[in-house]
Design a protein around this ligand. Structure first.
Ligand SMILES: Cc1ncc(CO)c(N)n1
Length: 231
């Protein structure tokens, strides 16, 4: 069994939990609370900015030009592609996307970003790939799950969101990340594999919590000034 297949098996409980999460259910039913959508988009815009930072850290650690080209391409996808599902969410919530940019990360999103950043700074290439993988992989599976269970028509409020993540492009991104991780896994010992597994599972848990964060509109306990990562 490939390393990524083993990871997927270990994380199955988390994936199943994500498919049944109230936010994902709300995407399928089309009845999400607009305030939860807004909370999610604010956090996700900054999360995706941090994701690009992490690809940059991966480039800094790359020793092969081919790896540099790969991470560079992935940055372009986040930069230009993921605005579409965000625009869909904003339209349904009745807000302008620009008004949701530049907010500090809520605790869970901050935790997720810190996990990926520290992995990128201190971990091996395999650990970095493992920490990044749940991002496209859980969304790709959510997209496919909603396509199958809801079979949305173009007039479904989240048609664009669902079809974006269920599309081949996100599938290919997931498969390429898996392929790279599986290639890396063939050349390392059990200790290295264990560390990558831990990084992967933590990202899966934090994917689940990211949806919770949106439903509960999680905030910091005190409203003091906070760092904003981008403008
Ligand atoms: C938190 C999170 N995970 C995954 C994706 C998919 O790219 C996203 N937009 N946000």
């Amino acid at each position: 069994m490939l390393f990524s297949e083993k990871l997927r098996k270990e994380a199955d409980e988390i994936y199943q939990g994500i498919f049944r999460h109230p936010f994902v259910e709300g995407l399928g039913k089309g009845d999400l609370d607009p305030e939860s959508i807004i909370h999610y988009v604010k956090a996700d815009f900054e999360y995706l900015n941090a994701f690009m930072n992490i690809y940059g850290l991966a480039i800094a650690k790359s020793t092969r030009r081919e790896d540099m080209a790969y991470f560079h391409e992935q940055i372009a996808f986040v930069l230009n592609g993921e605005i579409h599902p965000h625009n869909n969410l904003c339209r349904v919530a009745g807000v302008a996307y620009d008004d949701l940019k530049g907010f500090p990360l809520p605790p869970t999103a901050d935790h997720y970003v810190s996990h990926m950043k520290s992995t990128a700074l201190t971990g091996s290439m395999g650990e970095i790939l493992a920490a990044l993988l749940p991002c496209p992989w859980t969304y790709y599976e959510i997209g496919k799950y909603l396509m199958e269970t809801v079979q949305p028509k173009p007039d479904h409020p989240f048609y664009e969101w669902i079809t974006f993540y269920a599309e081949d492009e996100v599938g290919q991104i997931t498969n390429e990340l898996r392929r790279r991780l599986d290639t890396w896994a063939k050349g390392v010992g059990p200790d290295e594999l264990e560390k990558a597994k831990v990084a992967f599972l933590k990202s899966c848990q934090l994917e689940y919590r990211f949806w919770d964060m949106a439903i509960t509109k999680e905030i910091w306990p005190f409203s003091v000034e906070q760092e904003v990562t981008t403008s």
